[in-house]
Design a binder for this molecule. Structure first.
Ligand SMILES: Nc1ncnc2c1ncn2[C@@H]1O[C@H](COP(=O)(O)OP(=O)(O)OP(=O)(O)O)[C@@H](O)[C@H]1O
Ligand SMILES: [Mg+2]
Length: 177
């Protein structure tokens, strides 16, 4: 299976959801000028201690009981390193976590974007009470999407409703083209 930036994003954001984050911020930079593609996920979830920060970068470690190995973080790290990039994992217990992978855009191994709109909407639908903020920065434009804005418009209606989620996916994808 071909990995994409969006599937990786969904993986890392679902860690934030499982860590009971109330706020999740995603920043996606895609710039020819800077020769840079980066994905950053920040949360205010339960965080990790020093030992855990080391362990989770090992592909054979997970705290999940339903599956034996966790690959989300090691994969994210490997993706960055394969593309002459950098990987940052900062975390503090009861404060939150910041994970960022930066890659050289011109590198052969930068994965395709995949369906970013889909990944973001799926992440939001994992727990609609979480506040999501998404920032996109390219050479031509910046775009930001905040789940609070749509929540205000929708009231009690779920984003997971088929017409709403498909509209939102399309809206995000058009905005980051
Ligand atoms: N944002 C986060 N906040 C707190 N703990 C985290 C966070 N992200 C990851 N972790 C911890 O690190 C572990 C490893 O994460 P990773 O995504 O690599 O694997 P996994 O989530 O366990 O399994 P998989 O992603 O393959 O389903 C998690 O099980 C969790 O305990
Ligand atoms: Mg994971």
């Amino acid at each position: 299976m071909m990995e994409s930036l969006s599937s990786t994003l969904l993986d890392i954001a679902s860690n934030s959801v499982r860590a009971c984050a109330k706020n999740i911020g995603i920043t996606f930079v895609d710039s020819f000028r800077q020769d840079l593609v980066s994905l950053e996920i920040k949360d205010d979830g339960k965080g990790m201690d020093e030992e855990m920060i080391q362990k989770v970068q090992d592909p054979f470690f997970t705290t999940r009981t339903t599956r034996r190995i966790g690959l989300g973080i090691p994969f994210f790290k490997e993706m960055a390193e394969q593309c002459e990039g950098t990987f940052v994992l900062e975390s503090k217990v009861n404060v939150g976590t910041r994970i960022k992978a930066s890659m050289k855009k011109s590198h052969w191994d930068v994965p395709p974007r995949g369906d970013m709109g889909d990944a973001i909407v799926l992440a939001i639908c994992m727990d609609e009470s979480i506040h999501f903020h998404f920032d996109y920065i390219s050479d031509e434009k910046t775009f930001c999407f905040d789940s609070l804005e749509i929540r205000e418009i929708l009231g009690d209606v779920s984003i997971a409703e088929a017409e709403i989620s498909s509209w939102l996916k399309a809206y995000i994808n058009e905005s980051i083209q």
